[in-house]
Design a binder for this molecule. Sequence first.
Ligand code: CP
Length: 302
Amino acid sequence: MKNRSLVSINDYSPAEILEILNLAAEFEKNPGQALLTGYVVATLFFEPSTRTRLSFESAINRLGGRVIGFSDSSSSSVSKGESLKDTILTVSNYSDLIVMRHPLEGSAQYASEVSPVPIINAGDGAHQHPTQTLLDLYSIRKTQGRLDNLKICMVGDLKYGRTVHSLLIAMSAFQPLFTFIAPEELKMPDEYKHLLDKKGIPYQEHRDIADNLNDADIIYMTRVQRERFSDPLEYEKVKNVYILRDSMLTNTKSNMRILHPLPRVNEINPDVDSNPKAYYFEQALNGVYTRMAIISKILGVK
Ligand code: CP
């Protein structure tokens, strides 16, 4: 992993994924390790973020490194027309590693091809969000005690949700059973279903959320991604298609946990928050330990 960019979850083998999860567990037990003294990490966010950017910055600070970057590209020379290539070549002069979120699919791959320092993809359009997947896997293993043979129910915007695409790919190494719950307009794209077919991994697809949650080990809720719709009317039609409520959890497994990459809008009613099965805020905390592990591995300090 040392000096390698992380663009897609496919960049890591299942053994490397487990290495990251084990190191994240070590950081959770002992977060105060000054391994990045003298290192500078750049965070370039061309799209809004709360958790990804701040958990990366928290991870870097906890490891004793320094952070530079921007959270709004309008404050950078991108607003004057500077290209992504020129931005990356410039920022790589100032940093040892670049964490980048960008609205265009493929932008992280492109950045990794022109950059002399490693790139971490913090989300590229509707494509992938591999560090979210690593923290999701960490959260799943921590709550279920294993990654193998779990029933994962993905709900909501399975078309544009990059977190479900990355998670599907990563979990497919661990013999999962998938249930996809989405309206027709937001179904899991065929390319991901073909990948499951090729690997012989079973999945079911449903339109209705009722009656399809009770045998899940993990319910992975997602937000309908307003920013990916070209027609606002299409978004209006589906924006509140699923709202998970506490009353719907009565017959779910006792050890089931609800994950959501967040932010949520209306898809999880606040009455779920106090249910012990709600895990999404702990999941966001796990992002710090997981990102500490990813950075440490890429910079070769651990
Ligand atoms: N999960 C996630 O990517 O959240 P942010 O958009 O707040 O970074």
